[in-house]
Design a protein around this ligand. Sequence first.
Ligand code: ADP
Length: 639
Amino acid sequence: MLHNYSIPPKTYFEIASLGYLLVLYLISFNDSNRERIRAYKLFRSLETNMLLALVVSILTYIFSYPELGTPIFICTILRTMDSIMCVMASRIFIVYLLEYVDSEKKYQWIRIVGNVLFAIYLGLMILNLPLKFILWYMPDGTYMHGALFVPIVFTAPVYYLSSGIILLIIRMRTLDSREQLALSAASLITLFGTIIQAATDGALLLSLPFGAAGIFVLYFSLETTDYHELIKSNEMLRIAEQDAIKANRAKSDFLANMSHEIRTPMNAVLGMDELIINEIKQENKIDDSAVTRIREYADNIKDAGQILLSVINDILDLSKIESGKMEIKNAPYMLHTLTGEVDTMIRIKAEQKDLKYIQQIDHAIPDRLIGDELRIRQIMINLLNNAVKYTDKGEVKLEMSSQAVSEDTVNLCVKVKDTGIGIRSEDIPRLFGDYKRLNEEHNRGIEGTGLGLAIVKRMVDLMNGQIDVTSEYGKGSVFTVVIPQTVNRKVQDEAADGSSKEDEATAYKTPDCTFLIVDDNKVNLIIASRFLDDLAGRVETALSGPESLQKMREKKYDMIFMDHMMPGMDGVETYKKSKEDPDNLNLDTPMIMMTANALHGVREEYLEMGFADYISKPVDVKELKKVVKLHTPQEKIVR
Ligand code: ADP
């Protein structure tokens, strides 16, 4: 009879929840292609499973209506599937929950036990098909279930849900308040529905509708797109904040280290200077022993000054490299000159520490090469200095060889070996990072900025070379650098011995010349004056731009050295004013910029302004003499 076809009243809840779950499914499906976080995949499968479970459940109740005359085996299959889908949904729920509350994977046994229970349950359900001890249909279509129905069908879901809730309580503190509320509510709602269904022996079908309600709670509290995006951007902010803190700490460490590296030689300079002043102040005569002591103090000041300068040069080099302004300048050079200079510099240092220094240069390397000699020397000195610094006994060895790459190119291979403290293998990847000093406890007494290897690595990269290191902690290290260099086939006559050329460039006098030095710093004036005194000419000084302009009106000089940074009128302004001054007797006198502004490209800038040349401070006496020679007419030079 038709009226008996009405849907059994018990499934109204399920049909209603199917409706709202479908809406939810469509909403979440719509944004499913966005990038998601955490347990979203599991949430999707939970949602799908629940939807299918609802469909199967509703179909089961409709088809098992006796008036419909559905074959009994179809009804049994539907009932079995209905039960399996429900248990599966609760199983996915616990996996989903674990994703939130067990990020460290400490409670995975809950899942394993759950899987075992699920397997037993599945086995029993299959056995039930022929044996009919859990659920079955009578030949007249009446649905029956046995005493084992509730324990078998509900043990796994109740286990999943209750263990989930216990875990939630234990791990509550690891969740934020939104997660706490959403996960507890969803678990309790689902558990409540399941318990009611079990308690009423299946008379009230509330487990699926309540489970669907739980999913609703989860979606709108934890799994919406905007909430996921919020979490992701929070996470990104957290990472950015940590990076900023790390960078800031690295900067502070760097500054503290630099400050230490600058203060130490500074302390030597000031202390030694104080001793010299004392020696001279005590009215006793300056006898030979006092002279020896003063000489020693002066030597120490020189050493400390050189260390200071190398620290500053390192900082400048690194900033040049960082800003992409370091250029490789290729020019012809001779390898034996380079290795000779390196030998002189390193041998002394090695001998001071009682280390053996060995240079093994393969004679097959072409001597005339084209490349950036200065940078190659810097690389070699850096590696060798480190080798000496980090070796207490034994030897430091420089090995050089070459490999022909093409007609005009060789790969120059530089190996620096030491028998020093070595580097831990875990430290090697950090070796070439910026201002990284390794093994701080061990290195505390050894001076260093941690910039050296960072600079070496960048310079090698700029020259298209390669640097490698192998090291055995406690035994020693080997640094290997390979740099391609062009072979210089053109034989140059004038390329005689570099050092004799050098001597020639500085061994001369200019007794007839008069120089003017302009600088607001009296010490700088004294230094430059004494250096120029060596040339036997006359030296005059001016302490400001206006004073120098006045002097230029009164006298013709052979050369003028101008400082840049001066209070009031600076060096560049003074230069411009002097050129516009009709009373200036020095309109054609070469004016040399002598400044501490040693940044990249400034030389070119000064030359462009009209300065005849450029000398950087601290002034190198040889450099100064070369410049003077270059701008002095031949007839005034006496050898
Ligand atoms: P530093 O100014 O500290 O010497 P570097 O950049 O030259 O800076 O070297 C970085 C770190 O690498 C050093 O602090 C040291 O720990 C390690 N190191 C470099 N060369 C050697 C070496 N030959 N033997 C052992 N350790 C070395």
